[in-house]
Structure formats: structure tokens, C-alpha cells
Design a protein around this ligand. Structure first.
Ligand SMILES: NC(=O)C1=CN([C@@H]2O[C@H](COP(=O)(O)OP(=O)(O)OC[C@H]3O[C@@H](n4cnc5c(N)ncnc54)[C@H](O)[C@@H]3O)[C@@H](O)[C@H]2O)C=CC1
Ligand SMILES: O=C(O)[C@@H]1CCC=N1
Length: 267
């Protein structure tokens, strides 16, 4: 029998993982999904050729259970699957804020739980995921989680106490960058550029800058200084950003995300 992976909750992140696993060569027969919304289940069954089953059937059949429901839906999902879960299975949770202890305490004793924080660039195989071990994990469980996430990008291991900060940085991070992109496009439109021109300029600038950061390994300050000619345009812009406390706003925003992650398990 083939080793099966079930994705429980196939919304944005569940589909991101599902599509990545299929791109990486997993056969639809090796995958199962569960989804509360019927029209969404039909859509994914047609798009990927995977079986859609109930949560209990997924828990009974699959070797690996990947939990991708919202943190607020996690208690009900765990209560539903707990009677079918066995200690030979591995449970991988992608939910923000939900600790391995929270999951372990609601499943049979001894089940290995791995906590993961992924992000949406996984959809184009440029994801960043951080994984942490629960109380009953050994190296094989971490490697299993790594092999799932490596299908869609990079994976690092972090102690679980860092996961709320990771969530605030790389989990939510794409949204901050899209926010900056929106603002830059808007600025171009304000100055009279056609929206399509502004969009092309901004998107390629973001992609190019990301590539420059990664490929040179230079510190961002050094790269920024290279763009900033004395008395020039960039210096004028950066001064405005500092005057408007954009750096401080990022610090507060990311701390707010970290605090929200901490609070989610208590809801
Ligand atoms: N969207 C993102 O960028 C990221 C999301 N996450 C985490 O992934 C999880 C899911 O987030 P999204 O995909 O954005 O939310 P979503 O709302 O798009 O997906 C959740 C899906 O789970 C389904 N669902 C809820 N309860 C269910 C149940 N009992 N049985 C079966 N299906 C059920 C819903 O119908 C929905 O399709 C969250 O815990 C979130 O913290 C983590 C990192 C990034
Ligand atoms: O906004 C959220 O709660 C989820 C977790 C990280 C990204 N999206």
C-alpha cells in the first residue's frame, strides 16, 4: 500500500500545498483532501484528480495528516479526528498560533506532531517554511515534514518558541510586501503613469531586488546605500520614509502579528 498524505482543510494554504506536492511528482492516489465547503471540494477534485473524503476517513486511511484549517476551527477538527488517530501516524499542523502541546493534548497519547509555518510563495515553489518538533517527534518525523514542505520551497528548523515570531515575519510577510507594492503602484499612477506601466516597473523592481539580495548575500543596508546617490532622488525619498516613521511602523506591525499569533490558540 502506498503511503498516503491527507490534507485536512483545502483553502488557500491547503491548495498551495496540494498543488506543490503534485508539481513535485506525488501521484493523486497518494493524496487525500477533506474540505467542509462542498463546492470547493468539487473544484479541487476536478482540478487535481484527488479523492475528497471525510475527516474521519482521512484520519483512518492516511499515514500523514496535514491540518490546514484556521486556528479557530482546530478544536472541532481535532475532536472529530481524535478517535481515528493512531500513534503510528504523523500529524503536521500549518495553523498559526496553535502549539504542538495544544494538538497533542487533544489526540491519543504518543502521536508525533510537527508544527509548520509556511507562506503563500509556495504556490510558485519559492515558499519559506519553518518547522518545529512536538514532544513525540524524532528525526524521521521532522524529515517527513521537511520532505512535504521542500516540494514548494525552503525549509528551516526552529525551536517552537520562535514560531510566533516566524509567523509574523515569513508567514504574514508576503502581505507586507504586497502592501508596499500596492503603495508604489499607486504612487506611479498619482504621477501620471499608466497603471500597467507602474505595475510592470514595480513588480520587476521587487523581483530584481529580491534576487540581488539573495544572489549577492550583501546586507540590505549596503544595497540601499548603492542606490542612494549623495543629494539624489533616493535620499530624498528615504528621508520621507524616516520622517513618516515607516521603519517603526514595520516593527510595531510585526510585533502585532506576533502577539496575534500568540493569542490565536486561546480563542
Ligand atoms: N494563507 C496564508 O498565507 C497562510 C495560512 N496559514 C495557516 O493555514 C491555515 C489555513 O489558512 P487559509 O488556507 O488561509 O484559510 P482558508 O479559510 O482559505 O482555508 C481553510 C479551509 O478549511 C476548511 N475547513 C474548515 N474547517 C474544516 C473542517 N472541520 N473540515 C474540513 N475542512 C474545514 C474551510 O472550508 C477552508 O476551505 C490557517 O491555520 C492559517 O493560520 C499559515 C501560513 C500562511
Ligand atoms: O494571517 C494569518 O493568520 C495567516 C498566518 C500567516 C499568514 N496568514
Amino acid at each position: 500500500m502506498t503511503s498516503q498524505v491527507a490534507i485536512l482543510g483545502a483553502g488557500v494554504m491547503g491548495e498551495t500545498l496540494l498543488s506543490g506536492l503534485i508539481r513535485a511528482g506525488r501521484r493523486p492516489e497518494e493524496l487525500l483532501i477533506t474540505e467542509r465547503r462542498e463546492e470547493r471540494a468539487t473544484e479541487l477534485r476536478e482540478r487535481y484528480g484527488v479523492d475528497v473524503v471525510s475527516n474521519v476517513d482521512a484520519a483512518a486511511k492516511a499515514d500523514t495528516l496535514v491540518l490546514v484549517v484556521k486556528p479557530q476551527d482546530m478544536p472541532d477538527l481535532l475532536a472529530e479526528i481524535a478517535p481515528a488517530v493512531r500513534p503510528s501516524q504523523t500529524v503536521v499542523s500549518l495553523a498559526a498560533g496553535i502549539t504542538t502541546g495544544f494538538i497533542e493534548s487533544r489526540l491519543p497519547e504518543g502521536v508525533a506532531v510537527v508544527r509548520v509555518m509556511p507562506n503563500t510563495p509556495a504556490l510558485v515553489d519559492e515558499g519559506m517554511a519553518a518547522i518545529s518538533r512536538g514532544a513525540h517527534c524524532d528525526e524521521s518525523h521532522l524529515e517527513l515534514a521537511e520532505s512535504l514542505l521542500a516540494a514548494t520551497g525552503r525549509v528551516i528548523r526552529v525551536p517552537e518558541k520562535q514560531q510566533d515570531a516566524v509567523t509574523a515575519i515569513s508567514g504574514s510577510g508576503p502581505a507586507y510586501l504586497f502592501f508596499v507594492v500596492e503603495a508604489m503602484i499607486e504612487a506611479g499612477v498619482h504621477m501620471g503613469l499608466p497603471r500597467s506601466t507602474a505595475t510592470e516597473l514595480v513588480v520587476q523592481t521587487v523581483v530584481g531586488s529580491a534576487k540581488l539580495l539573495r544572489e549577492t548575500g550583501e546586507h540590505p543596508t549596503v544595497l540601499r546605500e548603492r542606490v542612494t546617490s549623495p543629494g539624489g532622488t533616493t535620499a530624498a525619498a528615504v528621508r520621507e520614509l524616516e520622517d513618516h516613521k515607516v521603519r517603526a511602523a514595520f516593527l510595531s506591525a510585526i510585533e502585532a502579528a506576533r502577539n496575534r499569533s500568540r493569542a490565536l490558540a486561546a480563542e
